[in-house]
Design a binder for this molecule. Structure first.
Ligand code: AQP
Length: 334
């Protein structure tokens, strides 16, 4: 028996990177055995910032190939792209009318992404968390595996569910639980240990893409920013050394070890020695996945077929929920 229902998503805004993989996708694969899983390529979220149409189509397929190559099984899990299932946008509108402006004003991701150009970003970027709540609650999902950066948005989804239940005098929506686990819940840029590794960061050297060749992986890790000291002996000493902490965290996650175990082996050694072993580990873990991704991308029609079938299954699950929600709100049935 499944322990609950999982929903999670990834934006087709660029190449999948090591942060997406260790913070989210690898956990998605592992959860497939215990939960009923719904995984979504969130293209409606992607267009909250400008996307070239041709590029969006290509990246959507590439992300699908990445998820399949990482081990998402489209027969047991539901894998699809968001825009094919109208329930997401329909429920998001209702949630736009439930969420309060004050709640959205507190979202740090909006502040980071809007930056100084706040007046000029899309209204979609502002209501992004409402759409995310709709993604999850359209399926009445109980658990959402994410990286740390999405924690605040998930709390907002809980607030929306609670306010909807309260306003309409119902217990309709479950309160979703975040699932944040592993040694790399927040993988940082290889150029700056204070910034998150991100698809939209201009420098290619800031991240390892899942499509990188072994040479690219080795070169990026060799050039990764570090401090001049050798690796510390204890985890406590990593606290004031963000770049060292990041590389040790990546090593630990890839090797399925704790940071303590990694430092027990490498404490006192130089970064050049550590980086060589880390590069070999990263290449061994990511190389086969990149090969499989390239193979899958040679047959875009097959990827489209998998996504279409996933969308049909997702719509079949979400549509009856949406009708029930519309009844609760007081809409006349068509
Ligand atoms: N650096 C990260 N470390 C750990 N987890 C991460 N995730 C993203 N970056 C890291 C997790 O990956 C999942 C999918 O993320 P997303 O594509 O929906 O959006 P994002 O978090 O905004 O990722 P990016 O790479 O930073 O994209 P852009 O640059 O387009 O905004 C989520 O579960 C996320 O937590």
């Amino acid at each position: 028996m499944a322990k609950g229902r999982i929903f999670s998503g990834v934006q087709p805004t660029g190449n999948l990177h090591l942060g997406n993989y260790l913070g989210a996708i690898r956990n998605w694969v592992r959860l497939q055995n215990d939960f009923e899983c719904i995984y979504c390529i969130v293209d409606l979220h992607a267009i909250t910032v400008w996307q070239e149409p041709q590029q969006l189509r290509a990246t959507t397929r590439e992300v699908a190939a990445g998820l399949l190559a990482a081990g998402i099984d489209p027969n047991t899990s539901i894998l699809f792209n968001q825009s094919q299932v109208p329930a997401h946008a329909e429920l998001a509108w209702i949630f736009n009318c439930v969420a309060r402006l004050g709640w959205l004003n507190r979202m740090t991701q909006f502040k980071e992404k809007a930056g100084k150009d706040r007046e000029n970003v899309s209204a979609g970027l502002y209501v992004y968390p409402n759409l995310m709540a709709a993604d999850i609650l359209a399926y009445k999902a109980t658990h959402v595996p994410v990286g740390e950066d999405q924690k605040q948005h998930l709390e907002l989804a809980r607030d929306i569910a609670q306010k909807f239940n309260h306003d309409y005098g119902t217990e309709y929506f479950p309160l979703v639980e975040p699932l944040i686990f592993g040694e790399a819940t927040r993988v940082m840029s290889l150029r700056d240990g204070m910034r998150k590794m991100s698809k939209s960061e201009p420098s290619e050297f800031s991240r390892i893409n899942l499509t990188d060749t072994p040479d690219q992986i080795a070169q990026k890790l060799r050039k990764a920013k570090t401090d001049p000291l050798p690796l510390p002996e204890t985890v406590a000493e990593l606290e004031s050394r963000p770049e060292a902490d990041n590389l040790v965290g990546i090593f630990a996650a890839l090797a399925d070890k704790t940071r303590e175990a990694v430092l027990a082996e490498f404490g006192g050694k130089s970064f050049s020695v550590f980086k060589d072993v880390l590069a070999a580990l990263a290449i061994a873990s990511l190389g086969p996945m990149a090969d499989e991704m390239r193979r899958l991308m040679q047959d875009p029609a097959e990827i489209d077929r998998i996504l279409r079938r996933g969308a049909e299954r997702a719509q079949a699950m979400a549509a009856p929920h949406l009708r029930e929600i519309q009844d609760l709100v007081g809409f006349l049935r068509p």
